[in-house]
Design a protein around this ligand. Structure first.
Ligand SMILES: [Ca+2]
Ligand SMILES: [Ca+2]
Length: 241
């Protein structure tokens, strides 16, 4: 009776509602029931509803504190993101394309598995930011020099009750100092910081503020130097990812 859209459509029917026969009714609620006529109530059928499809993940972000001046900075991240700052990865946000069931607060729905370090403890907590984003608070920073697959469990569903469709995870690498993001921390990374010294810190250059001071300066070069020689493994596409 109607095509699938984001709009809610309804159809009304009755035997004799006092609103014409056939029913002539354009309201958004059922017409008054005229039980005095024939005792048969009106019928309302919702043919198509909102959010009638499985939700997908629309994006991931990471939060890092950059000193008192900048404070907590949320920046978008992509799959195979490499985190070079000393603060590492401890707070993430994942957003969905439609309102979600925000009564779910069990942090065990998030699983984290490292290539070298194996399964990690469940996050300390998850909290909903509005109806369509979940903030993931890890109990501790993910250990450096590894790649982790973070997966959103099938328990996470839309407010309409649909489970996630499509990719349910992201792979992130922790490698302090690796601003060039080639999974090797070395002198090239120190050289890469230099052109950004003095720049105001925002999402376009926050990775170069390796020590998370809120400034990109010589201290970040010194910070990068102590990690030279470290490396991290490639991401592995685990089942369920
Ligand atoms: Ca590098
Ligand atoms: Ca700095």
């Amino acid at each position: 009776m109607c095509s699938t859209t984001d709009e809610k459509r309804s159809a009304y029917a009755c035997s004799d509602s006092g609103n014409g026969d056939p029913l002539d009714w354009s309201g958004s609620s059922s017409p008054t029931v005229f039980t005095t006529n024939n005792k048969v109530p009106n019928v309302r059928l919702t043919i198509c509803g909102n959010s009638n499809s499985a939700p997908t993940i629309t994006g991931w972000e990471i939060a890092v504190m950059h000193g008192s001046d900048i404070g907590e900075l949320w920046c978008p991240i992509e799959n195979e993101y490499i985190e070079p700052r000393v603060s590492g990865i401890s707070k993430l946000r994942v957003c969905f394309e439609e309102p979600m069931n925000t009564s779910l607060t069990n942090a065990n729905v998030i699983s984290i598995k490292g290539v070298n370090n194996g399964l990690q403890p469940a996050p300390c907590s998850i909290e909903w930011d509005g109806s369509d984003c979940m903030v993931i608070n890890l109990c501790s920073v993910l250990p450096d020099q590894d790649s982790y697959t973070i997966t959103v469990g099938t328990e996470v569903e839309s407010s309409a009750g649909y489970i996630l469709e499509g990719g349910r995870g992201i792979c992130l690498t922790t490698l302090k100092g690796d601003v060039s993001r080639n999974r090797e921390a070395n002198a090239q990374d120190m050289l890469a910081i230099i052109p950004h010294t003095g720049e105001p810190v925002d999402c376009s250059n926050a990775l170069y503020d390796i020590n998370c001071s809120g400034k990109i300066d010589a201290q970040d070069l010194l910070a990068a130097r102590q990690y030279a020689g470290n490396e991290a493994p490639e991401c592995i596409n685990y089942t369920g990812y």
